[in-house]
Ligand binder design. Structure first.
Ligand SMILES: C[S@@+](CC[C@H](N)C(=O)[O-])C[C@H]1O[C@@H](n2cnc3c(N)ncnc32)[C@H](O)[C@@H]1O
Length: 261
């Protein structure tokens, strides 16, 4: 288990008297929860932003949906957590669009965070990096976003606990907008979905063999539950009306507000 013992935290300053203290955790060791995107995706981190668009259909479309949802729910000076924020592309898009909002990127891969640090430097202390697992307790916030990150939680009970932690962290009126893969367990439908995903990857210039190899490698660490299961988990975690906001092929943006509208 990744505990606070494994990190050395440095206070980097508080902001606008909002009553919270901002920390950046520098990872010394991340025994169990450590994640290496380079190894998992078989990609050089410098190439991640290009590569991800060749294997994830709808990657940019999902971001647009998340931003649109935030525009409807986020207070002007709200605070957003980006779980598994990786190279900071989503956080940067949020910071760009909402000029007074603060964003924390939580991630366990130091190489991804290094890219995020560089990308988000121009936003100063509005964007902070937290080298910590999203399975740890979360601070109060107005929105939680995640993009193709929570599928790393293979155990549904563990995922339910993360959703419950998100529910606790969200202030009234808040929003969870999670963009991720969802997959039917019905064999023929599952097969058809993988086929379409494979066709997309091949259309980006990657060989069919390579695409199948990716799926085999990713399956070791990833789990894409059916959408209905995700929505049930959110309901059990306390969210009043879990909803799918967008869904094309196997990718979806789903989530909920903590309380009924
Ligand atoms: C496929 S990348 C997605 C990155 C980014 N959200 C994006 O849309 O490009 C998944 C990210 O989740 C991070 N991750 C995996 N397990 C994690 C955990 N337990 N806590 C925090 N981040 C985690 C990985 O390090 C990686 O950066």
């Amino acid at each position: 288990m990744f505990t606070t013992k494994d990190t050395k935290r440095r206070k980097v300053g508080s902001r606008k008297g909002l009553g919270f203290v901002r920390f950046v955790s520098f990872v010394v060791k991340l025994p169990c929860m450590a994640h290496s995107v380079a190894a998992h995706l078989q990609v050089q981190i410098a190439d991640y932003d290009r590569f991800i668009r060749t294997v994830i259909p709808g990657y940019d479309a999902m971001r647009a949906v998340q931003l649109e949802l935030l525009a409807r729910r986020l207070p002007a000076q709200g605070r957003v957590l980006d779980l598994g924020g990786g190279t900071g592309a989503l956080a940067a898009a949020v910071a760009e669009r909402f000029s007074e909002v603060e964003i924390e990127i939580w991630d366990t891969d130091p190489a991804m965070l290094a890219v995020a640090r560089e990308r988000c430097a121009r936003f100063g202390d509005r964007v902070s990096l937290v080298a910590r697992s999203f399975a740890e307790p979360l601070p109060p916030c107005d929105a939680v976003v995640a993009c193709i990150a929570l599928h790393h939680v293979k155990d549904l009970a563990a995922k339910g606990k993360i959703y419950a932690a998100i529910h606790r962290a969200l202030r009234p009126g808040g929003l969870l907008a999670n963009a991720d893969a969802v997959m039917s367990t019905v064999p023929w439908l599952r097969e058809a979905t993988f086929q379409k995903w494979e066709d997309f990857i091949v259309a980006q210039g990657i060989s069919r063999e390579q695409a199948r190899d990716y799926f085999a490698v990713w399956a070791k660490e990833d789990y894409y539950p059916p959408l209905a299961t995700e929505l049930d988990l959110l309901k059990s975690a306390g969210f009043a009306e879990p909803e799918c906001f967008w869904h094309v092929a196997l990718f979806a943006v789903f989530g909920a507000c903590p309380q009924p509208a």
